[in-house]
Design a protein around this ligand. Structure first.
Ligand code: APR
Length: 234
């Protein structure tokens, strides 16, 4: 194994073959919904019931989805890699967890969790959410929201992510269009530290494709297992 500290950034494309929609492909979520209405604090304040419906539908979708070969390959890499493997995911699904990955940071939050704006507590919540749903911790109704990062809000775990990017010797980006910061800026940060190899595994070149030292184009369920096999056998 040539690398000691591997950071893997994943986006919606790694879950596409599990049946979960991406955002910006031709049939993506943002072609069906205006992100201002369902993925901003202002949209939630305007019509919380509509936003809850949007995430309730995505939770139902997720219940029927299963991890694919790309999720499973990353979990195998974590199990068999003697060094450190960290998955930093923009995805709010739990497919990395269900595939067996343990070292995961959900920088955009988690669909199967809620957060109470009254007591601030985060709780597991796989079912439907509604405006009147009482917080499972403080029991106050009317203050729960999906524990998902909306546009204009700070992503989670950024200090830890920055530290890991600064010391990694392999940075792999999988299934992300490179449209949304700060994740889209991670490859430039890794290049600035000047030591790591950078690889993009994607269906098509992302916005940041030119910044990667290596690219392998194709569906995640093909390119990710092949790449992981090479890492493990190196
Ligand atoms: N295998 C690999 N890559 C794929 C596949 C696949 N089967 N299908 C699609 N892709 C690629 C697309 O080519 C695209 O580059 O996945 C990427 C999906 O891009 P987006 O839909 O923009 O999703 P993502 O990059 O994860 O979006 C980032 O934007 O809306 C916010 O919070 C949301 O986390 C999301 C963030």
């Amino acid at each position: 194994m040539r690398y000691q500290r591997i950071v893997v950034l994943t986006g919606a494309g790694i879950s596409a073959e599990s049946g979960l929609g991406t955002f910006r492909d031709e049939d993506g979520l943002w072609t069906k919904y205006d992100l201002e209405d369902v993925a901003t604090p202002q949209g939630f304040a305007r019509d919380p019931a509509f936003v809850h419906e949007f995430y309730n539908a995505r939770r139902v979708n997720l219940r029927d989805a299963v991890p694919n070969a790309a999720h499973l390959a990353l979990a195998e890499l974590e199990r068999r890699h003697p060094g450190r493997v960290l998955v930093v995911t923009q995805n709010v699904d739990d497919l990395h967890e269900r595939a067996g990955s343990c070292n995961i940071l959900h920088m955009h939050g988690e669909l199967l969790k809620l957060r109470c704006e009254s007591c601030g507590q985060v709780a597991d919540w796989p079912g439907d959410l509604a405006i009147a749903t009482p917080c499972p911790t403080c029991a106050v109704p009317g203050y729960v929201r999906p524990h998902v990062v909306w546009f204009g809000e700070m992503p989670f775990h950024m200090p830890k992510i920055e530290l890991e990017l600064a010391v990694c010797d392999l940075f792999v980006s999988i299934g992300t269009s490179g449209n949304v910061y700060p994740a889209a800026g991670f490859v430039a940060e890794v290049r600035r530290q000047g030591r790591a190899h950078t690889v993009e595994l994607n269906l098509e070149p992302s916005e940041g494709a030119s910044l990667f030292a290596e690219a392998r184009l194709g569906p995640a369920t093909t390119v990710v297992p092949a790449f992981v096999r090479e890492l493990i056998e190196a």
